[in-house]
Design a binder for this molecule. Structure first.
Ligand SMILES: [Zn+2]
Length: 410
């Protein structure tokens, strides 16, 4: 049996026997470790096979590599062996990258639930048909664990607006006074609108399906990657050219991915229920990727007075004068790899040099509306796309896709 839970002293003995007798203990927790009677082991990729009931941790465990672990972790470290990562049981829910294998997905069975993106009709069927001329979106029920998390969150969340000029600078954030004023007006209005609503946890969320029969804005962020990127999307779009995309058989459950999806749903519900002339649902856009010779479609989440708004959730907001609750590099890399590429393509599709980012903190419900100029990112992406054209195998696939979908050729 693999050891999953033990006292601090027992873990020390385990480490000496199984890894190295010479080690140091690193943590930012302010507790008396010697008397900690229960510490749960979190399995990293280096630990290999994860026992069935055990919790795994993805991504880095370090705030500063090999010096300072992320908050709430206790790390037994020796430079000659993999680290041992532990966590007090009451802190596990605070670690976003921790998930048990058995709890991380839920099964989806036939008949599959769906909703039409255009007219919002919902239904159930054996396959995912088209409605109003577009592929329907598959739905999953919100898991019990996430429902509880959300009820607690909605109970405590303040949904208070933090003006963008009170946030620490991130790549692309605009300091222009007029646009800051505009964003502040948008944020204040949204705060007011939300305060009038009686919010509850959504019952369903849209399931992300990496299989697709057309290339989307999000597919141009990367060339390849696990289930993501243009290469995978092209393979899928060619495979399902005249067919319905098969439904997903599982959905994320009880972790940060499901929580992110439920946030999207919550804000879609909010914008559907507010009667505002200025805040509206986002409209579909078409981005021309001239480097690759194809156009892709996507839909920004919201719209404020004609300016597209993309919504993202983060663990917390980086407010000036406040101690950051996570690693600055993680924030920066989220901006660069996740927020900016999408903002770059959406704003360009609308013929604009900037747009708004609605960033919501999952820990507090505080949010900001941030004017962002993603031009530098777009230039970087264009350079990348030019490089991709040298990949002959992928370009052949792209040609195959465009032959089957001539309306996307430019
Ligand atoms: Zn419809």
């Amino acid at each position: 049996m693999t050891l999953i839970e033990a006292s601090f002293t027992e873990w020390g003995e385990w480490f000496s026997e199984n890894r190295s007798a010479n080690y140091s203990v690193m943590t930012t927790l302010d507790i008396n470790l010697e008397s900690a009677s229960r510490l749960i082991r979190l399995f990293t990729a280096q630990d290999g096979k994860v026992p069935k009931k055990a919790i795994r941790i993805t991504g880095t465990i370090w705030a500063t590599k090999n010096v300072k672990p992320k908050d709430n972790l206790v790390v037994l470290y020796s430079k000659d062996s993999p680290p041992l990562v532990l966590c007090p049981p009451d802190k596990i829910s605070l670690i976003p990258q921790a998930a048990t294998i058995s709890q991380s997905t839920q099964k989806l069975n036939s008949p599959y639930h769906w909703r039409c993106l255009v007219c919002s009709t919902t239904g159930q069927s054996e396959t995912l048909e088209r409605h109003c001329g577009v592929n329907v979106r598959q739905l999953s029920h919100v898991s019990k664990k996430t429902k509880l998390w959300f009820e607690k969150f909605l109970d405590q969340a303040t949904f208070s607006f933090i003006p963008p000029n009170e946030l620490k600078q991130m790549p692309g954030m605009i300091q222009d006074r007029e646009k800051i004023e505009f964003a502040i007006q948008a944020g204040n209005e949204l705060q007011e609108l939300i305060s009038d609503l009686d919010l509850s946890c959504p019952t369903t969320f849209e399931v992300y399906n990496p299989r697709t029969n057309h290339i989307r804005v999000s597919d141009l962020k990367k060339k390849e990657g696990r289930g993501k990127g243009l290469r995978g999307a092209l393979n899928s779009a060619i495979k399902y050219v005249d067919e319905l995309v098969p439904p997903m058989k599982t959905a994320p459950k009880g972790g940060p991915i499901e929580i992110g999806h439920v946030f999207d749903e919550l804000f879609a519900n909010i914008t559907n229920s507010i009667s505002s002339n200025s805040w509206n649902k986002g409209e579909k856009v078409k981005f021309d990727c001239t480097e690759l010779g194809l156009s892709v479609t996507g839909t920004p989440d919201l719209d404020y007075n004609g300016i597209p708004v993309e919504m993202k959730t983060a663990n917390s907001l980086l407010v000036k004068g406040e101690e950051p609750s996570g690693n600055m590099n993680t924030y920066k890399s989220k901006w660069k790899n996740n927020y900016l590429p999408q903002l770059a393509m959406y704003s360009d599709a609308r013929g604009m040099e900037w747009m708004l980012l609605l960033l919501i903190a999952k820990q507090s419900g505080r949010f900001s509306v941030i004017p962002v100029n993603p031009k530098a990112k777009l230039a970087g992406l264009r350079k990348e796309w030019k490089k991709w054209t040298k990949d002959k195998r992928m370009m052949d696939k792209l040609e195959q896709y465009l032959e089957a979908n001539p309306s996307f050729r430019i």
